[in-house]
Design a protein around this ligand. Structure first.
Ligand SMILES: NC(=O)c1ccc[n+]([C@@H]2O[C@H](COP(=O)([O-])OP(=O)(O)OC[C@H]3O[C@@H](n4cnc5c(N)ncnc54)[C@H](OP(=O)(O)O)[C@@H]3O)[C@@H](O)[C@H]2O)c1
Length: 361
């Protein structure tokens, strides 16, 4: 029997920002193409504090957060064939719906579209499975179809949630010739290197554009994938693309990172001067502009979720969980504050939502 409500962690007032609070939300009935998941584990993403601050998907609070989930399917919509009740899965919940963190030990639930839900291999734990969906799909969207075998790629921030998975993907699945990355701390430099980067620069100390020019004999890299959301980084990385190369950015892109006002950015001019391609990938767009979630997008994202599970099981693209916290208002606020402050989180922070489910796997 599906309970009527659960106590999640989220925002109860429009644009209230951090700290999040306990919010009572309905346990949703899955639509025809959705599955209802009893959540075992989750992870933190910057998106969650940004939604609490800006509510840019215009939800009516209370809104429960926690979009990366792993757990057990407890109900399926009538058209669902990919997974069945009782399956252990990982999923990305709808970004304009409710997430699955719990504020109390009573358990938490989240619905996810069928194509954003993948069966979890038994050898992959709930915790690591829940560290993958949003960051893996972001890295996949940034690299898939934009990188050719033999390319030289620059991925700044290889110690970040998206960055470390992107470096692994580029080095181990895209057949890149050389993967260059960067970090601003010794531990993020080390994670980028462990993830397979051939060269890791220090973005706080090095003249990145000059170093990359030196490393590529003045040519520049074939592809940049910039998932840092930093205007400073955007301007720097645009200067590293070769003539006719591709500059791929995650999220809303240069000049728009505040989401409140548009700021001037030289990035498009820098890219135009090089005849480089500007590519914007943005998972949020699929949810803020539902028409973009067409058949091709569904196939692409579903394939990404399947590969996330397959590659993690094979040890090819593996999430680095640097911290694991219990699901609770205080713990989640502390983790999100650290993410917001920057420089204090390595890879991913995981959240154990249902210790019994996690212990029983
Ligand atoms: N719209 C979308 O589809 C979407 C999806 C996922 C994520 N995002 C956004 O993408 C961003 C990254 O997400 P995340 O989970 O990877 O965050 P994260 O774990 O906080 O990682 C941010 C990374 O950026 C690096 N960085 C910061 N300033 C830099 C600079 N000037 N040069 C080079 N690297 C720099 C940091 O490196 P150091 O700590 O080593 O300095 C860190 O590794 C967030 O803003 C998130 O909201 C958007």
């Amino acid at each position: 029997m599906r309970p009527e409500t659960f106590t999640g962690v989220g925002y109860a007032r429009d644009r209230a920002g951090l700290p999040l609070e306990a919010v009572e939300v309905p346990v949703p009935e899955p639509a025809a193409d959705q599955v209802l998941i009893r959540v075992a584990a989750s992870s933190l993403n910057p998106l969650e504090y940004k939604l609490a601050e800006l509510n840019f998907l215009c939800r009516t609070p209370p809104v429960a957060l926690g979009f990366d989930v792993s757990g057990v399917v407890v109900e399926t919509g009538r058209d669902v064939t990919r997974v069945a009740v009782g399956d252990e899965v990982a999923a990305m919940a709808d970004l304009n719906g409710d997430g699955g963190w719990s504020a109390t030990p009573g358990g938490a639930y989240a619905v996810a579209r069928e194509f954003l839900t993948a069966r979890k291999p038994p050898s992959l734990g709930f915790r690591d499975a829940a560290a993958l969906p949003m960051c893996f799909l972001s890295a996949f969207a940034g690299l898939y179809e934009h990188v050719q075998a033999g390319d030289v790629i620059y991925i700044p921030g290889g110690g970040g949630g998206v960055g470390h998975l992107a470096v692994q993907m580029a080095a181990r699945t895209c057949k890149a010739r050389t993967v260059i990355s960067s970090g601003g701390r010794p531990e993020s430099v080390a994670l980028a290197r462990d993830s397979g980067a051939d060269v890791v620069l220090d973005h706080r100390r090095d003249d990145v554009a000059a170093e990359i020019a030196r490393l590529t004999d003045g040519r520049g890299v074939d592809v940049v994938f910039d998932a840092t959301y930093s205007e400073q980084s955007f301007e720097e990385t645009a200067k590293t693309v070769r003539r006719g190369g591709s500059w791929v950015v995650l999220g809303v892109g240069p000049g728009r990172t505040t989401r409140v006002t548009e700021t001037p950015s030289p990035v498009k001019t820098i890219l135009d001067e090089r005849g480089a391609r500007y590519v914007n990938v943005n998972l949020l767009r699929y949810f803020s502009e539902p028409a973009t979630l067409d058949g091709a997008a569904r196939v692409f994202l579903g394939h990404g979720m399947d590969l996330a599970m397959e590659w993690a099981e094979r040890g090819v693209v593996v999430p680095h969980v640097s911290r694991t916290v219990d699901s609770g208002v205080e713990e989640i606020n502390a983790g999100l504050r650290a993410l917001k402050a920057g420089g204090g989180v390595l890879g991913k922070i995981a959240v154990i939502v249902d210790p019994e489910l996690v212990a029983g796997e």
